[in-house]
Design a protein around this ligand. Structure first.
Ligand SMILES: Nc1ncnc2c1ncn2[C@@H]1O[C@H](COP(=O)(O)OP(=O)(O)O)[C@@H](O)[C@H]1O
Ligand SMILES: CC(=O)N[C@@H](CCC(=O)OP(=O)(O)O)C(=O)O
Length: 271
């Protein structure tokens, strides 16, 4: 079975109960499946910025990261968030290994347009280290700090980081956020979306901010791996088990070849 890549973000980092709930589910899953966790931590970065009296802005859901901000972003994500998750996973009996995108040339990271500052985009590169760790039963926990071939540290959006890691492992990707999935104009959960539906919702500004980046990253992963990507909530970690045993949960972002799936059936399952 292909490895499972789970991405967690937002307020999950720092919420001890949420971490305990998810790691308990991961303990079950890891008995039969190799698993990698990629994490964000936007709210921790925000907290650090406020404490330091620094102003942080976003363009299209991506944090503009100046040279002054970068050391704190690295400290918050690759330092505090990553190590906190390692500690919580250990306390739940797992064997975590904390990594960043900069380790072992997992990804190729290049700086995006100058208007974003030290922000990187990534593509999969070398999966050797992850394979070694997974074969030995470790749980890799990866933060979204990368570095360019020239050695410059870059801040990568964690949804894009998770996409590159899923592509690297040809793994199944599940993105867990603080919402049940992608919501429509009436705030109802959408069970399944294809590229055309996503374009329409983006055009209507129903999908925006962080969800815009997430849905685009999910579609890119679904398209290149050839399998749906699920966006769901980390607040109900048990739904992960249901989802992986075939029940529907959250929003499935479908690759082009699966766009003809019976959407009516899926939508009915959600009612
Ligand atoms: N159509 C939408 N459906 C759900 N959430 C949306 C939508 N459009 C924008 N959002 C916002 O996107 C957020 C999720 O993105 P983000 O904060 O980046 O999540 P994470 O930190 O988990 O990666 C939601 O909490 C919500 O505020
Ligand atoms: C470039 C960029 O936007 N980087 C993100 C990285 C963390 C992240 O993506 O965290 P969430 O998953 O919690 O949103 C940031 O600085 O917030």
């Amino acid at each position: 079975m292909q490895p499972l890549v789970i991405k967690v973000g937002g307020a999950f980092i720092g919420d001890k109960d949420a971490a305990r709930g998810l790691f308990a589910v991961i303990q079950e899953l890891i008995k039969t499946r190799q698993l990698v966790l990629v994490h964000g931590g936007g709210p921790i970065v925000e907290q650090w910025m406020q404490a330091l009296n620094l102003k942080s802005t976003k363009i299209d859901g991506l944090r503009v990261t100046t040279d002054v901000h970068m050391p704190y972003v690295v400290g918050a994500l690759a330092g505090t968030a990553n190590t906190q998750l390692v500690a919580q996973a250990r306390a739940c009996g797992l064997e975590p290994v904390g990594l960043s995108l900069a380790d072992a040339h997992l990804v190729r990271c290049t700086q995006m347009q100058a208007k974003y500052g030290a922000v990187g985009e990534v593509e999969p590169a070398d999966g050797k280290l992850l394979k070694v760790l997974l074969d030995e039963g470790y749980l890799p926990l990866i933060s979204s700090i990368g570095c360019s071939d020239g050695g410059q540290l870059l801040n990568v959006n964690a949804d894009q980081a998770a996409t590159a890691i899923a592509q690297l492992l040809k793994g199944e990707l599940v993105m867990l956020s603080d919402v049940a999935g992608v919501l429509d104009k009436q705030q109802s959960l959408l069970a399944q979306l294809n590229a055309q539906q996503i374009d329409a919702l983006v055009e209507q500004k129903v999908i925006r901010d962080g969800m815009l980046v997430k849905v685009k990253a999910a579609l890119s992963a679904a398209t290149s791996i050839g399998m749906p990507v699920t966006i769901a909530s980390w607040k109900q970690p048990q739904s992960l088990l249901q989802m992986l045993s075939g029940d529907s949960a959250g929003t499935r972002i479908c690759p082009p070849e699966l766009q003809s799936m019976d959407e009516t059936k899926l939508n009915q399952e959600h009612q």
